[in-house]
Design a protein around this ligand. Structure first.
Ligand SMILES: Cc1cc2nc3c(=O)[nH]c(=O)nc-3n(C[C@H](O)[C@H](O)[C@H](O)COP(=O)(O)OP(=O)(O)OC[C@H]3O[C@@H](n4cnc5c(N)ncnc54)[C@H](O)[C@@H]3O)c2cc1C
Length: 388
């Protein structure tokens, strides 16, 4: 249903925009989502497709993020069983690598602890006899293989399902609709956007900028706006290979010691990802030949007997706070930038994870609630089933 002046306007139909639309509609607000290209047409279809706590974030001490992500992972396993499933993850430890058995054991123990020692946080060490079942994993110099469990999804399907849930709750999706400009008014924001029918205008009480890698471009079109935060866009490329894997995901180590996942994906194998600084127009993002080579070398080293035929490749952009050193050690927490400290009417969402979209949406909405009229809630996204 189209409301002339919705309570909430959301810019962006990626997982964050869909999540905020669902949370706001569930809380009883009228919502309009503006998406310029298509639902899940940008980062939210180019991720590693993992619903996970993020074992590797333990290395950079991001315990709060891991705990929350594990909680959200378990919630999604419960409310979206057709879209998120638990799969085994193997971590091989070779003589000639950086990994230590004791460090991995300690990391997995901490991971289980942060997951409240639930049964699905258990891990094990595989026996030598089991090594032979591991999809052709190289056993030369292999010292140990750990197995634990995490979630896998179809990121675009998940985003579309969350958006469908928002629409079922009454949210209105306008797509294609490109946000152009917004101006602060006494009652909220006056918003201008372009559809196939030409330029449109509406007013809203609150505005959410969930434009992913375009977050600062959108913010620059909102008047008045705070100084644009210094961010870095970091490109992550995946390649898709012919042939599948039968034992789940492999958490391999590249030549520069970074973790690279090798994953079963739609009867094929997905290998990723890289971390390459990106400047320029996000719409022009392409995998680089050196990234593809790096991923192929990592795959070949771990699965030397497998034939390699690259079916596809794609790249997505992480939005990270600007900083020195490797992107790997930069915080991965979602950042919410508001237009005021008290009763904000605008929230800009920076960064974040597919896994944490529901919690991120709840936080964004909680920030905006004081400026919203009172409405009667119709559902709680913590229990609302998504997907089939
Ligand atoms: C390589 C890589 C791997 C990742 N792997 C994982 C993973 O395995 N697990 C995990 O939990 N997270 C992962 N992430 C993180 C996760 O994918 C992202 O945090 C998430 O997809 C970002 O979603 P978003 O909605 O913020 O942005 P996007 O999905 O990029 O959506 C932004 C939307 O805004 C729209 N838009 C932009 N400007 C306008 C405008 N002017 N008007 C209207 N619409 C506009 C765009 O068209 C786009 O659809 C990964 C990220 C990357 C880059």
């Amino acid at each position: 249903m189209s409301t002339a002046h919705p309570d909430v306007v959301v810019i962006g139909g990626g997982i964050h925009g869909a999540g905020v639309a669902q949370a706001a509609a569930a809380a009883g607000y009228s919502v309009r989502v503006l998406e310029k290209t298509g639902i899940a047409s940008a980062t939210s279809c180019r991720s590693s497709k993992l619903i996970h706590g993020g074992l590797r974030y333990l290395e950079s001490g991001q315990f709060g993020l891991v705990r929350e992500s594990l909680r959200e992972r378990d919630r999604l396993l419960r409310i979206a069983p057709s879209l998120v499933r638990l799969v085994p993850f193997q971590i091989p430890v070779y003589r000639a690598t950086n990994r230590w058995r004791s460090t991995i054991r300690a990391g997995l123990s901490l991971y289980a602890l942060l997951g409240n020692l639930r049964p699905n946080t258990r891990f094990e060490t595989l026996t030598r006899r089991q090594w032979g079942t591991l999809d052709g994993l190289a056993t030369d110099g292999l010292k140990a293989v750990f197995r634990y469990y995490d979630g896998q999804t179809d990121d675009a399907a998940l985003t579309q399902a969350v958006m469908r849930s928002a629409q079922t709750l009454g949210a209105e999706l306008v797509c294609p609709a490109e946000f152009l400009h917004a101006t602060r008014t006494n009652a909220g924001y006056a918003v201008r956007y372009r559809t196939a029918q030409g330029e449109q205008e509406c007013e809203c009480h609150v505005l959410v900028n969930a434009a992913g890698p375009w977050v600062n471009t959108v913010l620059a079109g909102i008047e008045p706006h705070p100084p644009l935060p210094a961010i870095e866009l970091v490109q992550g490329t995946h390649i898709v290979l012919d042939g599948t894997l039968h034992q789940g995901v492999y958490y391999t180590e590249a030549e520069d010691r970074r973790a690279v996942f090798v994953m079963p994906w739609r009867s094929m194998t997905l290998v990723g990802t890289t971390e390459t600084r990106f400047t320029g127009d996000p719409a022009q993002l392409r995998p680089l030949p050196e990234e593809t080579d790096y991923l192929l070398r990592t795959f070949r080293r771990h699965f030397p007997q497998r034939d390699i035929h690259v079916r596809d490749q794609f790249a997505g952009l992480r939005v990270l706070p600007q900083g020195a050193g490797s992107a790997f050690h930069r915080p991965r927490e979602t950042v919410y930038l508001t237009d005021a400290e008290s009763r904000p009417r605008l929230v800009n969402i920076y960064g974040g994870k597919l896994t944490g979209y529901r919690a991120a949406a709840a936080k964004a909405l909680a920030l905006l609630r004081p400026a919203l009229p009172s409405r009667r809630a119709q559902a709680d996204t913590a229990d609302l089933r998504i997907g089939d």
